[in-house]
Design a binder for this molecule. Structure first.
Ligand code: NIG
Ligand code: FE
Length: 378
């Protein structure tokens, strides 16, 4: 089955030599981009969609989400808007409710959020565990996540749960022992929240290296609540991505340059916690690969909207619209070590989003407006 997307006013493919084309067309065959070029030269195909001059972009790659959970923490958000600070401890509230929820409830909640994401142009999503924090509940979260994506992440090291409050070392032993054994078959990635109120650098190192030894690839939550050694540890361990990067030192930026580690920025978190926005210009100008993701979760960032994140990133983090779009597509793919998504070059997956706009600049220029006209993907 081949599909011709014709009459595209502006097409973004993220090809290095020519990332954007005007008056373009695209052929998708068997779910893969088979041809890209000028509309006037377009070949025929089994089916044709007339884009009527719209902008077409690659589907967003949202490389960071926590959508398997139960409950609501809007009261914490209200308190923050009145001046309270975000703290890692709130995670334990969601853990309590998630443990009580049925598999069906958790799957329904996660599916609803993934559907929200897709309606807003996201065609690849990563999903973490991390609100179970027992072997059974973490494994359950990953089994549910696995029905929605291949990008599943074991985050048993989200916080130390209440029952281990007096024995954090015992919890790290569980996360690197029985829990890892049970979860590894359902996960591609291992993650750790290395920050104040969660895990320190020694614990994070033990957790990530145990996961790597079990065949999982590393990623990290780091520098969300303050500067720490997390970013440099992520680089040292070859993590695919270090996420948040709200408080970066010059040494952190130096470590990220020429590393295998992407810096993933999460504008929804700073929006929802009133923390300072990280300076993406500093990273991009230094040559760091930067991604944007939603971090959809009930505590620090309850948005499923990549267009919202792009708008905030352009308005408050120093991205140009083109850089923000790249970070939300190709950047996310790099953060997941994927080369089949995040762009619309020949050979990549035909995940294309038609915007009700002549240009992707409108994603930031028209914040909050539902601009996704149609999502084309297998
Ligand atoms: O990425 N930082 C750790 N985890 C989430 C927040 C989880 C929560 O508050 O429930 C995050 O921000
Ligand atoms: Fe997160």
């Amino acid at each position: 089955m081949s599909l011709l997307l014709d009459n595209i006013g502006l097409l973004v493919t993220n090809e290095p030599e020519q990332p954007e084309r005007t008056d373009a067309a695209l052929v998708i065959d068997g779910g893969i981009v088979a041809w890209v070029g000028t509309a006037a030269d377009a070949p025929t195909a089994d089916e044709r969609i007339d884009a009527e001059g719209r902008c077409v972009i690659p589907g967003f790659v949202d490389s960071h989400s926590h959508v398997v959970f139960a409950g609501d923490r809007s009261d914490e958000f209200e308190h923050r808007m009145r001046g309270e600070k975000y703290a890692a401890g709130g995670i334990r509230r969601t853990v309590r409710l998630t443990r009580e929820a049925s598999d069906e409830e958790l799957l329904a909640g996660a599916s609803r959020l993934v559907a929200e994401m897709r309606a807003q142009g996201t065609t690849t999503v990563e999903i973490k565990s991390g609100y179970g924090l027992t072997t059974v509940d973490e494994e359950r979260a990953l089994r549910i996540a696995k029905t929605l994506t291949t990008e599943t992440t074991y985050l048993g090291a989200h916080v130390v749960p209440e029952e281990f409050a007096d024995d954090p070392a015992g919890y790290v032993g569980l996360v690197t022992g029985d829990m890892l054994e049970a979860c590894a078959p359902h996960a591609k990635w291992i993650d750790v929240f290395c920050d104040r109120g969660a895990f320190d650098e020694d614990q994070a190192r033990a957790i990530l290296t145990a996961g790597q030894a079990r065949g999982l690839q590393a990623r990290m939550h780091g520098a969300q609540l303050g500067p720490s050694g997390a970013v440099q540890l992520a680089v040292e361990l070859g993590a695919a991505s270090v996420d948040h990067c709200t408080f970066l030192t010059d040494d952190d930026v130096d470590a990220l340059v020429n590393s295998a580690t992407v810096a993933t920025l999460l504008p929804g978190v700073e929006f929802s916690t009133r923390q300072p926005y990280p300076d993406a210009r500093r990273l991009i100008d230094a040559g760091v690969t930067v991604a944007l993701a939603c971090d959809c979760n009930p505590g620090s960032s309850f948005t499923s909207s990549m267009p919202f994140c792009i708008a905030v990133a352009v308005r408050d983090m120093g991205f140009t619209p083109a850089e923000a779009l790249w970070a939300a597509t190709a950047g996310g793919a790099a953060a997941l070590r994927r080369d089949d998504v995040g762009g619309l070059a020949v050979g990549q997956r035909g995940d294309a989003v038609m915007l009700d706009a002549p240009s992707y600049v409108h994603l930031a220029y028209r914040p909050g407006v539902p601009l996704v006209h149609r999502v084309v993907s297998v």
